[in-house]
Design a protein around this ligand. Structure first.
Ligand code: AMP
Length: 233
């Protein structure tokens, strides 16, 4: 069943701070875009930020490109510097955001907690999109993404209206260099080893909510909507 797009939610704090966790291909980017629309908060995707640096040819982008192509993690210091600069630029304390792709290691979760605590802030909820490895490879090898707006398509399940072009802005879609089968397997191994402990970190703090990401996009969105409703004041 198709669920109509919802208007912006009311009674949600404007500085709502959420984290989306989950393996590559679990739909974090797609769902983050939805949450940001209905909650009117900023979308922070560390993967998109790194890819933008690579396109611009910055030092960070050059260093990150090789690591990303191998399906490994970019060093914490580089990620933390990039995010701290963004946070300061975006006005800092009053801003709400959805973090997509960060934290990806327990060390990053700890650093984030310290950073926010120093500013009298905290994370309000962590949404874990759960999906089995078998489903992931099939999703990612058929994924094409828009380098401009970040929207992703599945060539079979949700193709763009015009072949090879983004529905939103007409930009030529790209096949990410790390969406090949061998790199996907490395990204999954990295996820199990380094990112899964992050879920435990937040579970212990009572912040984790699990979402069944194997369901169709609209149903995942509906599970998320129910969770967001529970965060209303
Ligand atoms: P994503 O677009 O979230 O799938 O991220 C693509 C790649 O960017 C990952 O496989 C990592 O190489 C790198 N990356 C993204 N976020 C992080 C992070 N928080 N820490 C380290 N590396 C990251």
């Amino acid at each position: 069943m198709l669920i109509a797009e919802r208007p912006t939610m009311t009674n949600l704090r404007s500085d709502l701070r959420l984290i989306l966790l989950g393996p590559p291909g679990s739909g974090k980017g797609t769902q983050a875009q939805y949450i940001c629309r209905v909650c009117d908060v900023g979308h922070v995707s560390t993967g998109d930020l790194l890819r933008r640096n690579t396109q611009k040819g910055t030092e960070l982008g050059k260093t990150a490109a090789e690591i990303m192509k191998a399906g490994e993690l970019v060093p914490d210091e580089l990620i933390h510097e990039m995010l701290a600069a963004l946070y300061e630029r975006s006005g800092g304390e009053g801003v709400g955001f959805v973090l997509d792709g960060f934290p990806r290691a327990e060390s990053q979760a700890q650093a984030l907690e310290e950073y926010l605590t120093e500013r009298g802030q905290s994370i309000h909820k962590v949404l874990l999109l759960e999906l089995a490895d078998d489903a992931i490879v099939g999703r990612l090898v058929h994924r094409r993404t828009c380098p401009k707006c970040g929207k992703s398509y599945h060539l079979k399940a949700s193709p763009p209206k015009v072949e090879g072009r983004c529905d939103e802005d007409g930009t030529k879609l790209v096949w990410r260099p790390d969406d090949t089968e061998d790199v996907i397997r490395n990204r999954l191994a990295t996820y199990h080893k380094q990112t899964e402990p992050v879920a435990e970190f937040y579970r212990k703090r009572g912040l984790l909510a699990s979402i069944d990401a194997a369901r169709p996009i609209d149903e995942v969105r509906e599970q998320i909507t129910v969770l967001l409703e529970s965060l209303k004041s």
